[in-house]
Design a binder for this molecule. Structure first.
Ligand code: NAD
Length: 519
């Protein structure tokens, strides 16, 4: 049991006990094949600790545990009692917020301030929102004629598999666990191998909250092994995936072997449009946060900015000044840090490669364009990078970079910019800046990205904001747990958050009652 826990002291001197094992049936277990995955602090590339990596035998054990818990207790538990357990879990996450924020800042490189005030707050909001749904899910009755009554039950799907990325380690975990559990499912989650720690710490709170063994099982491991074993397992009824588009396609192929239901939340290259009548200062601020937050590692980050030609030069100057003013780069634990390091050397190199591509393609570099050296001269930092005069055929205008990297280009006509905004394989988010409400609504109907309720986003400043969603009018990436989020095209399908987010974890069953028809 020695390597089941590590006593850690983080760079901010917060001390905590970090679980390292595989969380199956509310117990910590060793990897059956002795695999360990080392996790690294991207601010200095030093090892934090090593966690157990699950092989296919461990995945099978977790799935069997989830099946027993589903049939044995969870599916049939009084729905209010299920909701109360989720509320208790939310209380515990709140009580452990400092440790959880410390872990995500250390493991992922995001600023502690953002982890504490956005990620943890968002995770608690998700747990409470779906706890509230647990006893409000219901079916419908249909009476087609006097001889027939039918009713439709909304039932849990069964054992759900979830595979998540590293950019919002805790939020990505909870956005799947909360609705799945509220609807009466059990779950096996694989965290990202780059950021495994907060998922395990969260699992310890699951046990503390009193959830029955097997309801939540948390594994770490590599995608091609642990992830694909979950996607292939015949006893997993549904897979919910968040990550890159190529991995999503691979998981769909694997899941096709057992015709699993799948939910796909994949990549993006989201546009932000600014018209001459917009409040330019606000467009600049939202546009900056919309791409530069979380080190640019946001699936619906507004990474393509289209500016009307009449205000193009002014916007570019103001945007460059905003980058200069806000982008305090450095130690994630300094309270005024806006931007920490990229999550891994691989991602750091990926962004640098796209910077070289942009230069080669002939775009004009206005800010950044290099690694950023902090005072210690180490860490995976990128200077926030802005390319202007970008044309739509350039790779930097089409491909997801996933870093503090934005491309800007001018437009003249509304029809032209709609076509150009839609001209990628993705369709996740879009922001529109204009004071003309008719234009904003007209464009939001024509842009291919996911949310149905653009107006509810407008200028909202909700404390419940968690993850990016679809169309924002006069803002960018200010989502809300109560509003569905998801993609069009190769950004995925299925919705998370809101009522649709819990319906995604249910299946309907129709019951026909004969009231008197005779044969
Ligand atoms: P990734 O696709 O490399 O990995 C995501 C997860 O999939 C990880 O847990 C990984 O281990 C696992 N995985 C990898 N190969 C697998 C396989 N063959 N079978 C099963 N599982 C496998 O993505 P990433 O680099 O971790 O995350 C960044 C990507 O996530 C970006 O493209 C971003 O846009 C996307 N993302 C999307 C959303 C959304 O809601 N649409 C949200 C956040 C991130």
């Amino acid at each position: 049991m020695d390597d089941m826990y590590a006593e850690l002291t983080a760079p901010n001197n917060v001390k905590f006990t970090q679980p390292l094992g595989l969380f199956i049936e509310n117990e910590w277990r060793s990897s059956s094949k002795g695999e360990r995955i080392v996790t690294v602090n991207p601010a200095d590339e030093k090892e934090i600790c090593a966690v157990h990596g699950a092989g296919s035998k461990d995945v099978d054990m977790a799935v069997q545990a989830a099946r027993r818990a589903f049939i044995g207790e969870w599916r049939d538990m009084d729905s209010s009692a299920r909701g109360n357990l989720l509320q208790t879990l939310a209380d515990l996450v709140e009580q452990h917020a400092d440790v959880l924020a410390t872990i995500d800042a250390w493991d992922n490189g995001k600023s502690y301030h953002a982890a504490r005030n956005e990620d943890i707050v968002g995770a608690v909001a998700l747990l409470r929102y779906y706890a509230g749904w647990a006893d409000k899910l219901h079916g419908t009755a249909i009476d087609p004629n006097p001889d027939k009554l039918a009713y439709v039950l909304r039932e849990p799907v069964g054992v759900c598999g979830a595979i998540i990325p590293w950019n919002f380690p805790l939020v990505n975990l909870v956005i799947k666990i909360a609705p799945a559990l509220a609807a009466g499912n059990t779950i096996v989650v694989k965290a990202a191998e780059q950021t495994p720690l907060s998922a395990l710490y969260f699992a310890s709170l699951v046990k503390k909250a009193g959830l029955p063994p097997g309801v939540v099982n948390v594994l770490n491991g590599l995608g091609r092994e642990t992830g694909s074993a979950i996607a292939a397992h015949p006893e997993v009824d549904q897979i919910s995936f968040t990550g890159s588009t190529p991995t999503g396609k691979q998981i769909m192929k694997t899941a096709a072997g057992t015709l699993k239901r799948v939910i796909m939340e994949t990549g993006g290259k989201s546009p932000l449009l600014v018209f001459p009548d917009a409040d330019l200062e606000q467009a600049v601020r939202w546009g900056h946060r919309g791409i530069m937050s979380n080190q640019g590692q946001v699936c619906s980050g507004t990474s393509r900015i289209f500016i009307h030609a009449d205000i193009y030069d002014r916007f570019v100057n103001l945007f460059a000044a905003e980058v200069d003013r806000v982008s305090k780069i450095g130690d994630p634990f300094q309270l005024d840090t806006f931007q920490g390091p990229q999550v891994t050397r691989e991602q750091f190199n990926r962004v640098l490669t796209y910077i070289e591509t942009g230069k080669r393609e002939g775009a004009k570099l206005v800010c950044g364009g290099t690694a950023y050296k902090n005072t210690q001269g180490r860490g995976l930092y990128i200077a926030p990078t802005v390319f202007t005069d970008v044309t739509d055929d350039m790779a930097i205008a089409q491909e997801e970079v996933f870093g503090p990297f934005v491309v800007v280009s001018p437009f003249r006509e509304e029809g032209e910019v709609i076509e150009r905004a839609n001209n990628t394989i993705f369709g996740l988010g879009a922001a529109i800046f204009t004071q003309d409400i008719s234009r904003a609504l007209r464009i939001s109907k024509k842009i291919q990205s996911g949310s149905e309720s653009a107006l509810t986003h407008a200028l909202s400043n909700s404390a419940n904001a968690v993850l990016p969603a679809a169309i924002w009018i006069n803002s960018s990436n200010n989502d809300d747990v109560r509003v569905p989020f998801g993609g069009y095209k190769q950004s995925g399908f299925g919705r998370e958050m809101g009522e649709e987010g819990i319906h995604a974890y249910t299946i309907t069953k129709s019951v026909h009652i004969n009231l008197g028809a005779k044969l």
